[in-house]
Design a binder for this molecule. Sequence first.
Ligand code: HEC
Length: 456
Amino acid sequence: MKLTRRQWLHLCYAVPGAGLAGRWALQAAEGTPPANMIIRSARPEDFEMPLEGFLHWLTPTDRFFVRTHLYRPKVDAAVWRLRVEGEVRTPLTLDMAALRQLPRVELVSVLECAGNGRGFYRPTVPGAQWRYGAVGNARWAGVRLADVLRKAGLKAGAKQVLLNGADVPMGAVPDFQRTVEISKAVHPDTLLAFEMNGAPLPESHGFPLRLVVPGWAGDSWVKWVTNIQVLDRDFDGFFMKTAYRRPPHPVEPGTAVDPAKMQPVTGIRPKSVIATPLDGQHVGPGAVTLRGAAWAGEAPLARVDVSTDNGRTWRPARLGADRARYGWRLWEAEWNPPPAGSYVLMARATDTAGEIQPLAQDWNPSGYLWNVVQQVRVTVGQGAAVAAPAESLPTFPPEVKASCVGCHGEDMMAGQRLTRAQWERELDKMTRWGASVKPADRPAILDFLAGHFGPR
Ligand code: HEC
């Protein structure tokens, strides 16, 4: 196999894919971001796992993707308490020792960000432009949320469980609070976890306690949990009523949809990622092994099939021996490429409910739950690999810096590919959240953002 320098770096976690964003990461206030991750935003922390991660059954914690809405709080375990209140007979205040008296439960589960793959939607949508790696597979340990709720005594009217963490919003940014329907909250696999991969949860992953909701997207896996409130009604906070919603039926790509007509994101979908070979790679001559990982949501993964002929024919991949109800499976398939030519490699996952990965996008306004079959184009035979041109970041003019750099860095904007109209909406949203934009500066800010970070 011949790899370009860029591809080697990708495989070795040095990730020039971080390119643009990575350079700005050094200015982060929260310390130097990990060198082996793709930095989508240094602060708040949005880090993506490179493709190489799909070759490991359990994702090492320091390779595990990080998604943060606000800043990462520093929680002092000695004073930390968990409050349980609302529609319960006995409100509780538990410290870690009291929590650990409940039965300990361990499970392996995939955690996938609702926005994983957002960067592939066309037309483009705002938000972290995740590609493949806003997902990982870890061993979680903690106690059942059901046991905590039983201890408090659920009242008959309990409908939703609202979770809040120790993270605090900046400016007028809404607090990150999420609810889980009571049926999922009391499911025996829904945990309040204090360990990840056999060690206490690291700060970036929610120390000292996070919710684990196997089969559901990361937006429900609330970190740094301090408050659990049982509600007898639907919660109407920003991150339930406006964000993290998808249309129940297909919509015309690019259309605006009223959040009230959308539904909250819950379960993740079957998905497979090819870790090797890499897109653009020269392979062969001789046998080539395709490798990757595949997973599903509440219905377990049933099979993975691969195609090396543009999807005309499919054959089963071999699934790895390591498995868990909600974990991902490694897979591999041998391919004996014809002597020369250009080929598209694909892998697609099917779950036990019969849901199969689609070949075309079902576009939605915020770009959630992308699971379109990945296409990896390789060339068989000799040839010089063409290195991708290095990305360069423009200099941000003073008025953009003054209005837009502070809560987050330039990387948050540089990662986007938005039309002028979409940039206008981002400006409005950020102004509502506390950005001060002088009316006289607005056109210049828009010119700069739309000019440099428009759709390509
Ligand atoms: C008061 C703090 C604050 C200021 C000032 C601010 N932002 Fe943001 N912005 C945020 C936060 C917080 C997020 C991340 C939200 C998340 O991850 O859920 C964000 C995210 C974004 C995103 C990603 C897409 C999205 O909507 O989440 C873009 C683009 C963006 N900001 C652009 C801007 C621009 C342009 C300006 C200057 C006009 C600006 N921001 C100023 C707080 C701010």
